[in-house]
Design a protein around this ligand. Structure first.
Ligand SMILES: [Zn+2]
Length: 155
């Protein structure tokens, strides 16, 4: 029984670590990549400037996409008390006031006002990652791991 418990606990801890690191994808500007499509054809890259999230659109190959009729909504806070954030379009990017550290943001992206929304979630986790010393929301561990793997396979 004791052995079973420790195995279970270990599994849970591994799982938590995988979740914390595995799902962070970084963009060409070092920002957090959000999936804005069902087929990886559209992404958002979130960076923070002057207390705002700036979200640039990127295509399949993470190249810039011109911001036109695409729409974005953003909601923060917990489920019991969701708060709609003001989304503006400025200089080819979406601009949203940054949330408090640790809060989740739910983004809904539409190709146009009539298109079906795609939902992307992000936790603005500013605690520092032990692996890469970056805040968790832009943790570089997954990217570093991928780089290391690519370097290894080249040899
Ligand atoms: Zn990390």
């Amino acid at each position: 029984m004791k052995k079973y418990l420790s195995t279970l606990l270990c599994g849970l801890l591994l799982n938590a670590a995988a979740l914390a690191h595995g799902d962070v994808e970084l963009g060409p500007n070092g920002g957090r990549i959000l999936e804005f499509s069902k087929n990886e054809s559209m992404h958002g890259e979130v960076v923070v400037k002057d207390g705002n999230f700036h979200i640039a659109l990127l295509d399949k190959g993470l190249l810039p996409v011109v911001l036109g009729e695409q729409e974005l909504t953003a909601t923060s806070g917990d489920r019991a008390k969701p708060e709609k954030l003001v989304v503006e379009k400025k200089a080819g990017e979406f601009v949203v006031p940054a949330v408090k550290a640790g809060e989740w943001v739910v983004f809904q992206f539409r190709e146009s006002a009539k298109a079906k929304p795609v939902t992307a979630r992000m936790q603005y986790d500013l605690t520092v990652c032990g692996g890469c010393k970056e805040p968790h929301w832009i943790c570089k561990c997954a990217a570093n791991e991928a780089k290391a793997k690519a370097a290894k396979s080249k040899k």
